[in-house]
Design a protein around this ligand. Structure first.
Ligand SMILES: C[S@@+](CC[C@H](N)C(=O)[O-])C[C@H]1O[C@@H](n2cnc3c(N)ncnc32)[C@H](O)[C@@H]1O
Length: 206
């Protein structure tokens, strides 16, 4: 349960935060936050009844009092919260959840895909990317993002590759692109070559 990914998500949580764990599934993040007393309050939600009952039985098992909701995103949450963690979902689902009047000041996000689309749209939605952490776990890179409400316009390079300054991750992206290069049509090749030029710059940057 105490995975590096959960710890990295939790590292962006502050003591005064009232956290809504959106799509809590088994509830492990909520449990970690509550057991370690990392924030003022934790609320857990999931769109799936089965997932939420799994979380509820875990809360019971660990003797934790965590309010939980069946909810699509922020829709049925009666209590107020100032922070939302949205992790383990795709960018389209995350953007659908954020298409809501009840968005909090602080977001901790970890998407499974299309990180460039996420970064671009969060700026448009009025959020500012503050920090990114990269976690490598179970043969997979996870990008954990911290956003606060505010104005920002990331550069093309930042939209594509983020602000983590994690050279191992940039090398991983470069190698993935190099493997892809012979398999794609010319128009895509040019894009990939441009991306690789940017990635090499990030890797060589002191
Ligand atoms: C892969 S799990 C991730 C669980 C946890 N957040 C984590 O990162 O370990 C994705 C969860 O998101 C839930 N989910 C998907 N769309 C949702 C939505 N619109 N609102 C709330 N929960 C959603 C799913 O039911 C599932 O339990």
């Amino acid at each position: 349960m105490n995975s590096e990914r959960i710890k990295a998500l939790s590292s962006f949580v502050d003591k005064e935060d009232i956290v809504l764990d959106v799509g809590c599934d088994h509830g492990y993040l909520s449990i970690y936050l509550k057991q370690n007393n990392l924030c003022k309050e934790v609320l857990a939600s999931d769109i799936s009844k089965n997932a939420l009952s799994q979380a509820q039985s875990n809360f019971k098992k660990y003797h934790l009092n965590i309010k939980s909701y069946i909810s699509d995103g922020f829709n049925n949450i009666e209590d107020s919260f100032n922070t939302a963690v949205i992790a383990g979902m795709g960018t389209s689902t995350i953007l659908n959840i954020l298409d809501n009047k009840k968005t909090p000041n602080k977001l901790i996000i970890s998407s499974n895909n299309e990180h460039f689309k996420l970064r671009k749209n969060l700026n448009i939605l009025g959020y500012k990317l503050i920090k990114e952490k990269i976690v490598y776990e179970k043969n997979h890179y996870y990008i954990i993002m911290l956003y606060l409400k505010g104005k920002q316009s990331l550069s093309k390079k930042e939209v594509l590759f983020g602000i983590s300054n994690n050279k191992k991750y940039y090398n991983y992206l470069l190698n993935k692109n190099r493997e892809l290069l012979p398999k794609v049509p010319l128009r895509k090749k040019l894009n990939i070559l441009y991306e690789n030029h940017l990635l090499k710059g990030l890797i060589e940057k002191k």
